[in-house]
Ligand binder design. Structure first.
Ligand code: ZN
Length: 352
């Protein structure tokens, strides 16, 4: 069941429409002024403004709302002066509720809202959570949604494919390397990181050698490793264990999430990457752009992956900075977040 909100019940929509109408008028005036200036001495022609609705969208794909607060995100439309009235739909999960004509976060959880205008619609993911931890808490502040994780303990399925994969432009990929894909959000952050590295080091030899790795590709790599260990005289059982030194069983590689990138200066992975200017820069600065060194040298017993100075994982600036400053790896951080969530729920006395 969905709860439909008519535009009349949702006050903010009405306010927005008034602003749109003003903007529309302003556009017509500007078009006249431009047309007049462009044709000195000639007759002004008025460009016909086609304001038929073409697209509805949100600026962000997901937002955080604290329990008790109203959802402030508003949809946009293309063209901006289109005549539009939105119908909002909420999931029937109780995370968001309508109070006094506003959409309010009612309890912890993740949900989706949809707005529809004519033939067009847009969805927004919403994370609702308690605002506060106990004052004496040493736990990380709860912020945004849970971080996806893939490791020996969290197995992805063959169907887990990131929704926003893009092909990485060849200029960023190591020479003679495969066609690589990565999530759009991760690539945008990588571009900022690379630009900062180039500016600070004067240049960068860093290129991408691996990014998104499908379930099928992981299976190929794992099976090839098992076969080569068997060809070297190992039993199949032993070969399967040995294969885990260099590959992982399908579904257990973080590369399947689409937000991990392996980098290199010379097309190879090297445990001495930290000794290169690029590797050293990454170790100290990646968090400023939302990345963490996913498999640190002194966390091998927790990640169960050998130190990889070349593997960066996008988690967003907030989480990456916390992890860097407090020197915790993703497994530890996810645990800390879970504890923080529990503490916040208990503190607010608003247990579900
Ligand atoms: Zn990697």
């Amino acid at each position: 069941m969905k709860i439909k909100l008519s535009e009349g019940r949702y006050m903010t929509v009405t306010k927005l429409q008034v602003q749109r109408t003003l903007f529309g008028l302003l556009s017509v005036v500007m078009a006249l002024v431009v047309a007049r200036q462009a044709m000195p001495g000639g007759r002004a022609t008025i460009a016909k403004l086609d304001n038929e609705l073409q697209r509805v969208y949100f600026d962000e794909r997901s937002v955080l709302v604290y329990v008790g607060d109203a959802l402030e995100a508003q949809p946009n439309c293309q063209p901006p002066d289109a005549k539009v009235s939105y119908v909002w739909e909420l999931e029937d999960d109780g995370v968001l509720q309508v109070e006094d004509g506003q959409i309010v976060a009612a309890k912890n959880g993740r949900t989706t809202v949809r707005v529809t205008a004519g033939q067009h619609s847009a969805t927004l993911r919403v994370t609702a959570q308690y605002r506060q931890l106990p004052p004496d808490s040493t736990l990380p502040p709860l912020y945004y949604e849970e971080l996806p994780i893939a490791n020996y303990n969290h197995t992805l399925s063959a169907d887990d494919v990131p929704a926003d994969l893009i092909q990485i432009p060849a200029a960023y990929v190591a020479a003679n390397y495969y066609t690589l894909y990565v999530s759009q959000e991760t690539f945008n952050a990588y571009l900022k990181l690379l630009a900062a590295m180039q500016a600070e080091l004067g240049s960068s030899r860093m290129h991408i050698i691996s990014a998104y790795r499908s379930y099928a590709r992981q299976a190929e790599l794992y099976n090839a490793a098992v076969r080569s260990y068997m060809a070297a005289g190992n039993t199949s059982e032993r070969a399967r264990v040995l294969a885990l030194n260099t590959t992982q069983t399908p579904g257990n590689s973080e590369h399947q999430l689409g937000n991990s990138i392996d980098v290199s200066n010379d097309n190879t992975t090297d445990h001495n990457y930290l000794q290169t200017p690029e590797g050293a820069w990454l170790a100290e600065n990646a968090h400023k752009y939302g990345f963490v060194i996913r498999y640190p040298a002194d966390k091998e017993d927790i990640t169960r992956i050998a130190y990889e100075p070349w593997h960066i994982r996008y988690v967003g600036i907030f989480h990456a900075t916390y992890m860097y400053v407090n020197h915790v790896c993703l497994e530890e951080y996810v645990d800390l977040q879970a504890q923080a969530k529990e503490a916040a729920e208990a503190y607010s006395g608003n247990k579900e």
